[in-house]
Design a protein around this ligand. Structure first.
Ligand SMILES: [Ca+2]
Ligand SMILES: [Ca+2]
Length: 124
């Protein structure tokens, strides 16, 4: 029997870093910082790396692959490290951020494995 676990991630999505913050350099003014351009392997001086009419920062902010003009989405995933008590949020293969979490205790441990998030709740 397959078991499904529902994971509620409170506030996570609202606390994700905004792409292209004021402190980051953005050589082509596409809303995607030079640092993230390097991580996503987009063209640092071309605001529309895949020439589909949408700038790289807009595509990343909406989860689209800035290197594929066919409307392909980047996979989103989170990884929770119970040893470090940290959650890592990935867009494609790029680690977009790290957040502190509190996982289960010895008597009610956090289940290990891969799970699909079925529902999200804001401040449950
Ligand atoms: Ca840029
Ligand atoms: Ca584009």
């Amino acid at each position: 029997m397959q078991r499904f676990f529902l994971i509620s991630i409170a506030v996570l999505l609202l606390s994700l870093p905004q792409v292209g913050g004021a402190a980051d350099l953005d050589a082509d003014s596409d809303g995607l910082s030079d640092l993230l351009e390097a991580k996503f392997k987009t063209d640092i001086v071309n605001p529309d790396s895949d020439s589909d009419g949408y700038v790289d920062g807009l595509e990343i902010n909406h989860g689209y692959d800035p290197l594929k003009g066919d409307g392909a989405k980047l996979k989103k995933r989170i990884e929770v490290n119970v040893k470090t008590q940290k959650l890592h949020y990935f867009l494609g293969e790029v680690n977009m951020g790290e957040y502190p979490v509190s996982t289960g205790k010895t008597s009610t441990p956090t289940p290990k494995g891969s799970f699909i998030i079925k529902n999200k709740a804001l401040r449950p």
